[in-house]
Design a protein around this ligand. Structure first.
Ligand SMILES: [Zn+2]
Ligand SMILES: [Zn+2]
Length: 371
């Protein structure tokens, strides 16, 4: 693929000033930044613009380019401008995600994502709710529209660095003269200075606000799940889009119910006469109560399933069941009369038990023998 002329890419003439080149670049970078522009070829165009600017904004690379064009792959300082597998991509990365010394302070950047932990009661998670939450976040200052300058005034291009935010420092070393770049100390890398700072934000262009966000928690949400609220994070910088808000759900444990996906589990105590003789018992359900028939001879640990009495699926795919496990309680304090009745009961049954339990006791006996 033949490369387009760098001046053509930026839409400037060959005798354009450094300022004109920079302006053209900023405009195009904003237009094609992949965070802003979702078109398929935006990223390619963005890289092309960045590459052109990298060369034309550097006086030595520019002089070299003006003389040799794209012909010499080893132009200037290590790594050709077309080398995107290596340093080229790193530059783009640095520029938008912090780090590296060469990032453009005025490029659009997406605002930071925020995280908020929302604590719900068990039934709130099951049935869903609407809640207004307050989140502290940085926003663009409304007094100065984010410029940081007092209304009526505007930031000026930094006189020290000419707006690049960086200074070239020449040093004589035993190996010859070396040019180092460092952040401009007057504008701290922003490329702009503000003479009259905005009183509201003190020149930052951003203020911390507690923002109220209405959140609809869907029925059936569960502990540890996360909800994304697009665009509710911190404000973008230099016209970049805002970040997102992530709400992490924390569900308080319930003393009776327990979630198992969309199913809701619980345990019900049974007296051993209820278990032996059978009974109809009332069981708490998520809404109200339900009656279940416990057949005679019910063993401890038996599970009863109530279809559709669980939690709704958070994605709207049906409703879970309520799963009730019964626990037969052995009485601890017995009156003398109860004791004698139970002895009578044991005599009457000759300590023989029904078939089901018999095999269970047999298993225990075999285990004792070591079979
Ligand atoms: Zn302000
Ligand atoms: Zn400066």
């Amino acid at each position: 693929m033949s490369k387009r002329d760098f001046y053509e890419v930026l839409g400037v003439s060959e005798d354009a000033s450094a300022d004109e080149i920079k302006k053209a670049y900023r405009k195009l970078a904003r237009k094609y930044h992949p965070d802003v522009n979702k078109e398929d070829d935006a990223e390619e165009k963005f890289k092309e613009v960045k590459e052109a600017y990298d060369t034309l904004s550097d006086s030595q690379k520019k002089a070299h380019y003006d003389q040799f064009g794209h012909a010499d792959p080893n132009q200037g300082f290590g790594g050709g401008a077309g080398d995107f597998g290596g340093s080229g991509f790193g530059d783009i990365f640095d520029m938008f995600f912090g780090g590296g010394g060469r990032r453009d302070p005025n490029a659009p950047r997406q605002g930071a994502d925020l995280q908020y932990t929302m604590t719900l009661e068990f039934k709130e998670a099951v049935f869903g709710k609407e809640e207004e939450i307050e989140i502290p976040r940085e926003e663009s200052c409304q007094t100065c529209s984010g410029s940081g300058a007092k209304p009526g005034t505007s930031p000026e291009t930094c006189g020290r660095c000419g707006g690049s935010g960086q200074l070239n420092v020449e040093q004589n070393t035993p190996f010859g003269r070396v040019v180092n770049r460092r952040i401009c100390d007057r504008c701290e890398g922003s490329g702009q200075t503000i003479k009259d700072k905005c009183n509201t934000c003190g020149g930052d262009g951003r203020v911390e606000k507690r923002k109220k966000v209405k959140v609809r928690v869907p029925a059936g949400i569960d502990h540890g799940q996360q909800m994304r609220q697009a665009g509710q994070g911190e404000a973008g910088v230099n016209g970049g889009p805002p970040g997102d808000l992530y709400i992490v759900i924390n569900v308080k444990p319930h003393e009776f119910f327990e979630r198992d996906g969309d199913h809701v589990r619980c345990e019900m105590p049974l007296t051993f006469t209820q278990a032996a003789l059978g009974d109809e018992i009332e069981v708490p359900a998520l809404s109200g109560k339900v009656k279940i028939k416990v057949p005679a001879g019910t063993q401890t640990g038996k599970q009863f399933r109530l279809k559709g009495k669980g939690a709704p699926n958070v994605h709207g795919r049906g409703t879970g069941d309520q799963l009730i496990t019964v626990r037969v309680i052995t009485p601890k304090k017995l009156s003398d009369k109860q004791k004698s009745l139970l002895k009578e009961f044991a005599d009457e049954s000759g300590e023989t038990v029904d078939e089901h339990s018999d095999s269970f006791f047999d298993k225990v006996k075999r285990a004792f023998r070591g079979d």
